[in-house]
Ligand binder design. Sequence first.
Ligand code: PAF
Length: 281
Amino acid sequence: MKIISTIDELRDQLRGQLRTAFVPTMGNLHEGHLSLMRLARRHGDPVVASIFVNRLQFGPNEDFDKYPRTFEADAEKLEKEGVYVLFAPTEKDLYPEPQEYRVQPPDDLGGTLEGEFRPAMFPGVCTVVTKLFSCVQPRVAVFGKKDYQQLMIIRNMARQFAMPTEVIGAETVRAADGLALSSRNGYLDAAERAEAPALYRTLQDVAERVRASHPGLPALEREAMAHLSARGWQPDYVSIRKRADLKPPTREEYAAGAGLLVLAAARLGATRLIDNLEIER
Ligand code: PAF
């Protein structure tokens, strides 16, 4: 595996490659990331991964400084997965001058859910992903469904800008107790780690109740949030949305069988976790 930090060297290395499959990451790789590498391999060759903790997508009081950086261990894991190039630019390599041009997602998709609570997130993600796509020029790129809204925003961005990159979503990988794998799980202490699967169980409960009847989705959302609060969480949202556009379904859309999912974000102690579940009905 070649570890490359500059854009020029990356372009030289990938020149002539027409089937590159790309997995951008912020490092601290776990089994969830490795499953993205394996999916990438099924859709293209060579597989290129990147590790870059992107300051642009963190708000001023968020965890940019403490975000876990485990480069050596990450590189070893990627090598074992048969990744051809690891692009690991420094901030100076990727942003040699202040990044004044930004890619701004539309408000209705980028300003809701995560966008409401983390306004820097999606403009930062769209900007860095556009730049990384421009460096790697992948035919396909893989993103996890754990960040469902991010996946949708990037997929729509690639389509609207006619980027020659197909955006593929990968299933969420969970621990045996249901907790979605995330680099931020490492912030949890033992008691919080034991409590953390309650977020997924809450989503399962909401999904089950949506399947069983339609008592009013806002009431279900409120009850789920109250349940988490009673267990000591501080929920930002539990929200049932349409898979197609992440808007709340109307009664008519619900009755017509619109594809739904439930998304949640909640703080446990100092750690903010997100998760989602597609509702089969
Ligand atoms: O999902 C992530 O790890 C990041 O948001 C991404 C897509 C690598 C952009 O920095």
